[in-house]
Design a protein around this ligand. Structure first.
Ligand SMILES: [Zn+2]
Length: 337
């Protein structure tokens, strides 16, 4: 009679192995009938009980009952697993919209907006031009000599001969002056491109904001005034501005201008390399050669132009230490602003 007990053991091992390998509800239902059904294997064992000796009967009865309970538990647990898997795949359309998924302006464009607002309040109008420019607008009309290093293939992205991705927003000056007689007072924010290898402070695509004011009697003092007013509105009234002589082909005289460090207040820190000043961009009085290119009378009119690194200003105002973060569009980063 130990044969029956051995059969039950073998059957148990097989059945449990099969139960564990069942992959879906349909297969589980079929196996359930096979194991626990009236014509199932367990029922066969029950029937056999009547044929065994009185002595063996309780043992076999207990073994069959234990097996039934074991199968029922296994099946119930499998059924629960399949049911919750189905639930996970179901989309509940009645759930409320999650507010934290709403988009907002990129920190770079928030800075563009703020720069634009400040200059608009000082009477500037917004101008724009194409990202794909010609040699003429990007270099020639801006008095940039043929052999100027900025024209080099290693600095500029050329699409084909004479056509390039603008390396600065200054072509917008030319396009605006070609269409409008003085007075002209514009700012032109936009993307620029240079073939720089990306690192913490360089990106092959970056944002600039160009400024231009042309009228009778515009002077260097006006330029200093407008840059200083901008710096104080953007970073607070304690910001100091300094101008250093420089050279650009399209302005004469030319300057580079710095803001006192917005991180340490000018005392010296890692960001300002301990000298208390942050280089912002270049500016100057529009070169008469540029006026000639657009047909302005350089005897009658004078003007100033300035550039502004929007990325630099964004990094400073939000205390970001790597320009690449502005272009990777990682939502975990962008959501912080
Ligand atoms: Zn500093």
């Amino acid at each position: 009679m130990n044969d029956i007990l051995n059969d039950i053991k073998t059957f148990e091992a097989e059945a449990i192995a099969r139960l564990n390998s069942v992959l879906d509800k349909q297969a589980l239902d079929a196996l359930k009938i096979e194991l626990l059904g009236r014509k199932g294997k367990l029922a066969d064992f029950s029937k056999a009980i009547s044929k065994v000796s009185d002595e063996m009967r309780p043992q076999i009865g207990a073994a069959v009952n234990r097996l039934r309970k074991l199968f029922e538990e296994h099946i119930a647990s499998k059924e629960q697993t399949f049911a919750s898997a189905v639930k996970k795949q179901t989309i509940d359309y009645t759930l409320p919209v999650r507010a934290d998924f709403l988009g907002h302006k990129h920190p770079l464009l928030q800075t563009v907006d703020d720069i634009v607002d400040i200059f608009k309040s000082m009477g500037f109008e917004i101008a724009s031009g194409p990202d794909v420019e010609t040699d003429y607008y990007n270099f020639d009309a801006l008095n940039t000599p043929e052999d100027h290093p900025a024209r080099d293939l290693s600095d500029t992205f050329y699409l084909k001969k004479g056509v390039l991705l603008r390396t600065h927003t200054s072509p917008v000056q030319i396009r605006t002056m070609e269409k409008h007689k003085p007075p002209v007072r514009i700012i032109a924010p936009g993307r620029c491109y240079r073939s720089d290898y990306p690192d913490a402070s360089h990106s092959p695509v970056f944002y600039q904001c160009e400024g231009l004011y042309v009228d009778e009697g515009v002077s260097m003092a006006d330029l200093k005034g407008v840059i200083t007013a901008f710096a104080r509105t953007m970073f607070g009234k304690d910001i100091k501005v300094r101008f250093r002589p420089h050279f650009f082909p399209f302005t004469e005289p030319s300057v580079e201008y710095d803001f006192s460090c917005v991180i340490c207040g000018g005392k010296g820190c890692r960001v300002c390399k301990n000298n208390g000043w942050l280089e912002i961009s270049g500016a100057g009085m529009v070169d008469p050669e540029v006026f000639r290119a657009v047909g302005y009378d350089s005897e009658k009119y004078t003007g100033y132009a300035f550039g502004m690194g929007v990325d630099r200003i964004t990094l400073l105002r939000y205390r970001i230490d790597d320009i690449r973060l502005l272009y990777e569009n990682d939502v975990r980063f962008i959501r912080q602003f």
